[in-house]
Design a protein around this ligand. Structure first.
Ligand SMILES: Nc1ncnc2c1ncn2[C@@H]1O[C@H](COP(=O)(O)OP(=O)(O)OP(=O)(O)O)[C@@H](O)[C@H]1O
Length: 588
């Protein structure tokens, strides 16, 4: 069961209405053209009926006029239909773009904690599969609206010919209704479970790909393949059931068409014999009904896709329904920022504390290295400080000359003004190298970008690239090495210039030579800045003002490099073990 909500019918409809309201002019234009096109479609059979009466009653003088008029209406109808199709297609594309945007904005605004509990597969399925399903159905939805208008105009026209013919026309409605209601009763739930099964299959596939090293290491390939097979089989089973239901709908449509046409012809025959209507009127009614086969087919056939799109849209709108956490606006920081942690705890599973009661003060402008064995809780502490997720208990405050703010309580956007984090998971976004740098500070002139690159030692390799700052990087672009990727992350930090810097393994990725370069670049950023550095290399730790040693989620030692060596405790032990091989990382 997903932690992300799925919108109800009313909420989904409201979501769609909000999108349509943003394009009032296009909605009005599409509505007008569609109405005119429907009138054109209905006018032709009516005119042909008049022609039949003219022939039967020997009104040879008006026949040529009627034939010319019929030809004109046919040509005009075709032009207006083309304009209506263009207007509805444009409206559909605008709404599809809106929905896509809604999904992305909603997904990006989700709290990381919620994302984690929902599973990345569900949110990925919503912003990809569900959005595609909805977008693909949009042209059909617009065709269905056109078809509905045509049907309504046609029913009005037959009623204008003769009320008894209108009743004969309407005989078909209960048959359509019966078919449709049985279909609707089953299809909604089926399509929702189809989307759910697809999302679950996506989650299992994603897990298998992302966790490939673990799957290989623990020989879990067969187990994982079995999970994928079960998820796929379930998805296929639901799909087959939905196909069965939609086939049933098309059979009932065929039955309704046969019944409707027979009903009009039999009633018409009786009315003509009783001299109550003309042969032309019955011809017009029969032709009208026949002309409606297509719109009615589109209308009912599209219910299938519309239901599917509705289920997808409900999941997309669901993403936007997650209420944003109301948080106070943090003021902009003034001067240096100090860090204060009291009784901070964090548990991922609600049982084991990974950070188990940390009290810590980092004065403004000073740097603190956090060291410890693998799993000690260093990265978790760094994530808490950067506000990536909230602490289970305790307080984390950042203070400046004017007061303090509580991390996790303030708006994420505002927190970014106070703190920036660089981690091992540095992402290179697809675009030019300049675009990647500008993410940190949009609008920065090239001169400052080059200065930032020079500050982290990246100027030479960027200048050597064929396109310099214009080189395309990221997916499909120039492949950057891990060291170059970290250089970019550090240059972004220089541009951002945050008062508090949290660095987690910024140099651990690289090979030893590259690591030393990066280490120098990273250390250069610590000058005159408050910094918390998760140090995997003790040379990095030594360069910081103070060092905290973590073990089992607690800080077990804290002091300067010299103080800790003198104390002869855990840090001294680590230093002795590490110092003969300065290139060796502290943790495996
Ligand atoms: N997202 C997560 N969900 C569940 N458990 C996690 C998560 N991240 C880390 N842990 C667990 O929390 C514990 C502390 O991890 P953390 O990454 O904070 O330690 P660390 O000291 O930074 O280790 P390393 O140096 O290996 O990165 C570990 O047992 C780890 O398996």
């Amino acid at each position: 069961m997903s932690a992300l909500p799925v919108a109800t019918g009313r909420q989904t409809w409201n979501g769609l209405r909000r999108s349509a309201a943003r394009h009032r002019r296009e909605v009005a234009l599409a509505g007008c053209w569609t109405f005119l096109a429907s009138t054109g479609i209905v006018a032709l059979p009516m005119l042909l009926g008049r022609c039949v009466d003219d022939v039967r009653l020997g009104r040879s003088s008006s026949l040529p006029v009627m034939l010319v008029l019929t030809g004109l209406v046919a040509v005009l109808g075709a032009v207006v239909t083309a304009l209506a199709q263009r207007a509805t297609a444009r409206l559909g594309a605008l709404i599809a773009a809106d929905v896509r945007e809604q999904a992305m904005t909603g997904a990006l605004g989700l709290e990381p904690v919620l994302l984690e509990s929902a599973g990345s597969g569900d949110i990925t399925a919503r912003v990809t599969d569900d959005v595609e399903t909805f977008v693909a159905a949009v042209p059909l939805i617009t065709q269905a609206s056109t078809a509905l208008t045509t049907v309504l105009v046609a029913v009005g026209a037959v009623a204008g010919l003769d009320w008894r013919l209108a009743i004969a026309f309407a005989v078909v409605l209960p048959i359509y209704w019966f078919g449709l209601s049985r279909y609707l009763a089953r299809a909604g739930a089926l399509y929702a479970s189809e989307r759910r099964a697809a999302a679950e299959r996506g989650q299992v596939l994603l897990e298998s790909l992302e966790g490939r090293p673990t799957v290989t290491a623990y020989g879990m390939a067969a187990l994982q393949a079995d999970r994928i097979e079960r998820a796929s089989a379930q998805s296929l089973e639901v799909r087959l059931r939905t196909v069965g239901v939609s086939l049933w709908l098309s059979k009932s449509m065929n039955a309704a068409e046969a019944a409707g046409l027979s009903s009009i012809l039999v009633t018409g025959f009786w009315l003509v014999r009783a001299d109550l209507v003309t042969v032309g009127a019955v011809t017009a009614a029969a032709l009208l009904f026949h002309r409606l086969f297509d719109p009615l087919g589109t209308l009912l056939g599209s219910f299938d896709e519309v239901q599917r799109a509705g289920a997808a849209l409900a999941r997309i709108v669901g993403v936007t329904l997650v209420p944003p956490r109301v948080r106070p606006q943090a003021p902009l920081p003034h001067g240096g920022v100090r860090v204060r942690l009291r009784g901070v705890r964090h548990s991922y599973d609600g049982v084991h504390d990974v950070v188990a009661g940390v009290d810590l003060d980092v004065p403004a402008g000073s740097s603190l290295a956090v060291v410890g064995t693998s799993g000690a809780g260093k990265s978790t502490l760094a994530g808490l400080l950067a506000g990536l997720f909230p602490a289970t208990a305790g307080t984390l405050c950042l203070g400046d000359d004017h007061g303090q703010i509580a991390v996790g309580e303030v708006e994420p956007e505002r927190l970014r003004e106070w703190v920036a984090m660089v981690s091992q998971e540095t992402h290179v976004f697809a675009g030019t190298l300049r675009d990647d740098l500008l993410l940190a500070r949009p609008g920065t002139p090239d001169g400052d970008l080059w200065r930032a690159l020079a500050r982290v030692g990246a100027e030479r390799w960027v200048a050597a690239l064929p396109g310099g700052l214009d080189t395309l990087v990221g997916a499909g672009g120039h492949l950057l090495t891990p060291v170059q990727t970290q250089h970019l992350a550090l240059a972004r930090l220089v541009l951002r210039d945050p008062p508090l810097l949290v660095m987690d393994e910024a140099t651990a990725e690289a090979g030893s030579a590259g690591a030393r370069d990066l280490e120098q670049a990273a250390l250069a950023l610590l000058d005159n800045r408050t910094a918390v550095v998760v140090a995997h290399r003790l040379s990095q730790a030594r360069a910081c003002d103070r060092i905290a040693v973590m073990d089992g989620g607690r800080i077990v030692e804290i002091g300067s490099h010299a103080e800790l060596l003198e104390r002869g405790g855990r840090y001294a032990e680590l230093w002795r073990a590490w110092s003969p091989q300065p290139a060796r990382p502290l943790t495996p």
